[in-house]
Design a protein around this ligand. Structure first.
Ligand code: FAD
Length: 405
């Protein structure tokens, strides 16, 4: 037997197990997770699930029969405590050890905590797991005052769900606009006005000094001393990679487990994929750690291809992300921070537009706001490194592909 053990049965881990089964890996496939729940999708946790009051609305990644039919052994409700690389074993909580031939670490990430007084008060939520979503789903009752800290994807999706559930929503954001880490000003302003028109209030340029309350959170004190009365707080200020297990085993980490383009760590018998992995490529000194379903799935395929046949080429995919807020869909492909010019295609006022990010005249990234028809062609153009004529690209009556120079 040559078992491949996968730690973490999220998007990356389950895809890795599925791909090994597809490649007819017959040495044994073991999928371990600390959560009891059958592996599930995370994106709906902050979207469909929160909007409904139905506690059973959970989307499973695969049917239960899938694991049995593909001889994938699932160990659930057990965290992996240590990796013993010399013995090629992992140890589960409780002391049971399992030997591996190859190990794939897919432990994902954990919401970043705010290091301020009151951060542990009941009523202060974060959102990462099904259990978190259930707790929040229950708390979002009509009329309750909800303060969201952080206007990133998760914070804004929760804000939209809370507003839809009849809550009174205030969003506190350290920067001067929403989604500042992931998009440009024009898209930020569009989403800000969408939330405002659905009743949300914003406090920009403020951090959190403390959460206060008697037995549970009742006030958020911002960095300028303002006190906001609240019933519920949701903190969405980013995530940190779950790398400790690897670091303790002497595997190189630096804001993520460092991997090569095949997803191998500093120990070539151990791979890391998904939110926890930071991929180093030539010409990128710090590499890249991406938090998206697309990246988790792509890296799972890369790693397992390499486990099965050591010499395989690496397909680099254009990274992409999506978010849905108040029924408006923002879909992004490519990496905006690599750009030096912006072209707006369509009208933000009309509510359907795309923002193209060019680098030296070539398309580096795109944001589509309810303009999905631009998305697939743009992804192809980004992959091809196509140069665009900005004037033609700005005209939505001309197909994007026809604006190539
Ligand atoms: P996860 O899916 O987080 O899985 C990691 C698993 O490892 C978990 O089940 C965890 O319990 C387990 N684990 C950790 N440590 C151990 C241990 N020591 N032992 C055993 N098990 C362990 N991405 C998008 O592209 N679009 C979206 O719209 C979107 N929405 C999101 C909404 C929410 C609420 C969240 C939380 C994330 C969202 N994401 C979205 C991000 C996306 O879900 C992640 O990028 C993706 O889940 C990463 O997959 P992963 O397998 O690396 O990690």
């Amino acid at each position: 037997d040559k078992p491949v053990i996968i730690i973490g049965s999220g998007h990356a881990g389950v895809q890795a197990a599925a791909r090994l089964a597809e490649l007819r890996w017959d040495g044994g496939i073991v999928l371990v997770d600390q959560e009891e729940t059958a592996p599930y999708e995370r994106p709906p946790l902050s979207k469909e699930m929160l909007k409904s009051a139905d506690p059973t609305a959970l989307s499973l990644l695969r049917k239960d029969t899938f694991y049995r039919d593909n001889n994938i052994e699932r160990i659930s409700g057990r965290p992996v405590r240590t990796i013993d690389r010399a013995a090629r074993q992992i140890e589960l909580a409780g002391g049971v050890r399992h030997s591996y031939h190859r190990l794939i670490i897919a432990t994902g990430s954990t919401p970043r905590r705010l290091d301020v007084p009151g951060a542990d008060l009941p009523g202060v939520h974060t959102l990462s797991s099904h259990a978190d979503a259930l707790a929040l789903q229950k708390a979002l009752t009509a009329g309750s005052r909800v303060t969201i800290v952080g206007a990133g994807y998760i914070g804004l999706e929760v804000a939209a769900a809370a507003a839809a559930r009849g809550c009174d929503v205030t969003i506190v954001e350290f920067r001067d606009r929403v989604l500042s880490r992931v998009t440009s000003e024009i898209v930020s302003r569009h989403f800000e006005s969408l939330h405002r028109s659905n009743g949300a209030r914003f406090v920009f340029g403020a951090g959190v000094r403390a959460f206060e309350g008697d037995g549970r959170v009742q006030r958020v004190v911002t960095s300028d001393g303002t006190s906001l009365d609240t019933d519920i707080v949701v903190v969405g200020v980013g995530v940190v990679p779950n790398q400790q297990l690897a670091a303790d085993a002497g595997i190189a980490c630096d804001d993520g487990i460092l991997v090569n383009p095949h997803c191998q760590t500093s120990d070539p018998e151990v791979y890391a994929i998904g939110d926890v992995a930071r991929c180093l490529r030539d010409g990128e000194p710090r590499g890249q750690r991406l938090e998206s379903v697309q990246n988790a799935v792509a890296q799972a395929i890369t790693a397992t291809n390499h486990v099965v046949s050591q010499s395989c080429e690496v397909k680099t995919e254009v990274p992409w992300f999506w978010t849905v807020q108040h029924g408006t869909r923002l879909q992004t492909a490519g990496l905006r921070h690599e750009s030096d010019d912006i072209v707006v295609r369509g009208s933000a006022l009309a509510g359907k537009f795309s923002v193209l990010y060019l680098r030296e005249g070539r398309l580096a990234a795109i944001d589509t706001v309810d303009a999905l028809k631009d998305f697939v062609p743009a992804k192809k153009l980004i992959a091809a490194g196509a140069a665009l004529d900005p004037a033609r690209a700005a005209d939505p009556s001309i197909k994007l592909a026809q604006s190539q120079t």
